[in-house]
Design a protein around this ligand. Structure first.
Ligand SMILES: Cc1cc2nc3c(=O)[nH]c(=O)nc-3n(C[C@H](O)[C@H](O)[C@H](O)COP(=O)(O)O)c2cc1C
Length: 329
């Protein structure tokens, strides 16, 4: 009997398959279908700092008005049509979702500055969330801002949110930090129980006929797995947190690789948007078959088995591999 159980942020998950924030986790019927297909937990779409501060959508509307000249506004803020909700409705939806399913439901807050709005972390907890994901989606374009100032702001935000809630907190990050191990250590010290690596940036494109900046949401492929895979393998056992892997999980082998790197939770969005939520049961069945064939008995047995935990000199190991790859071409 194969045991797919894992633990993430102190929660027991029946398997590592988590549906990350997306329009799918915004809809109750889809969440129920995903539960039937075997998903172990879901993360609600993010509630944005701007949504809370702007009281309704005033700020959002102002930004959207100049959207052609403000490309990031298009990609940064959710489409009102898709996520047509303010903070109170978000909490209501979270609470309804929580009541409708028996799997853990994680709330998600997207913000980058500390301030009055973060009491929404407590409201998300009160609405029934089993844990909170802090989504640090931030495109830095200020040349005066140093990396340490930026990191301190984010660490302070996590510390302040930690002081608001008792539920576990995971921080969803981009890969664009100078010293990821040091930064993630500070996040752990500020109270993060988990790290979700890595958020994807939605890079706008140029339309050369219209001379316009156009939002371009390209879904991921398995190729994108390698960046979070590598970093979780490096950080596992060194930073005292649970790891969730997001970006590029499409198949059973992706799930298995993520677990072997050290991930407790393997998070999926693009695959489900592309091929439907029934992919969850197919992938889980493929994971079981793969484990059976190779005589693995449990996910916990595989967890971190390909991380760099056993490597005495990780920096030398990385450089040696780099030289080996270049010379092998
Ligand atoms: C349409 C769409 C909406 C998303 N909304 C959110 C969001 O609100 N908050 C968040 O943290 N991530 C959001 N994401 C990012 C996903 O949760 C996920 O991290 C990312 O798509 C990478 O995983 P994948 O390779 O499985 O797609 C969104 C992704 C898509 C495609």
């Amino acid at each position: 009997m194969i045991d797919l159980t894992t633990t993430y942020l102190g929660l027991t998950l029946k398997n590592p398959f988590v549906a990350s924030s997306s329009p799918l986790t915004d809809k109750l019927d889809k969440v129920q279908q995903m539960e039937e297909a075997g998903v172990a937990a879901i993360v609600m779409p993010s509630l944005f700092e701007e949504q809370i501060i702007s009281e309704g959508w005033k700020l959002h509307n102002d930004l959207m008005r100049g959207a052609e000249s403000f490309a990031e506004a298009l990609t940064y803020l959710p489409d009102t049509g898709r996520y047509s909700i303010g903070p109170e409705k978000y909490l209501e939806k979270l609470s309804k979702t929580k009541q409708a399913v028996s799997i853990p439901v994680l709330g998600s807050l997207n913000g980058i500055t500390t301030g009055g709005w973060i009491d929404y972390a407590k409201k998300i907890e009160d609405a029934g969330a089993d844990a909170l994901e802090i989504n640090l989606y931030d495109v830095v374009n200020n040349p005066e801002l140093t990396s340490s100032e930026l990191e301190n702001t984010h660490v302070t935000l996590v510390r302040d949110i930690r002081s608001q809630v008792k539920i576990p907190i995971a921080v969803k990050l981009s890969p664009f930090y100078t010293s990821l191990p040091n930064f993630t250590l500070h996040l752990a010290e500020a109270g993060a129980d988990g790290l979700v690596l890595f958020n994807r940036f939605y890079q706008p494109d140029f339309d050369l006929d219209e001379l316009e900046v156009v939002p371009n949401l390209v879904l991921s492929s398995s190729n994108e797995l390698r960046l979070p895979l590598r970093w979780i393998a490096i950080l596992y056992g060194r930073i005292p947190v649970d790891f969730g892997l997001t970006s590029g999980v499409h198949t059973a082998t992706d799930v298995i690789k993520a677990v072997m790197a050290g991930a407790c939770a393997t998070m999926v969005t693009s695959e489900l948007l592309l091929h439907g939520v029934n992919r969850i049961s197919e992938i889980l069945s493929d994971v079981r078959s793969w484990m059976e064939e190779r005589e693995y008995r449990s996910i916990m047995q595989m967890k971190g088995s390909m991380s760099q935990m056993s490597v005495g000199e990780p920096t030398a190991f990385e450089r040696a591999n780099y030289m080996r790859v270049l010379s092998s071409y």
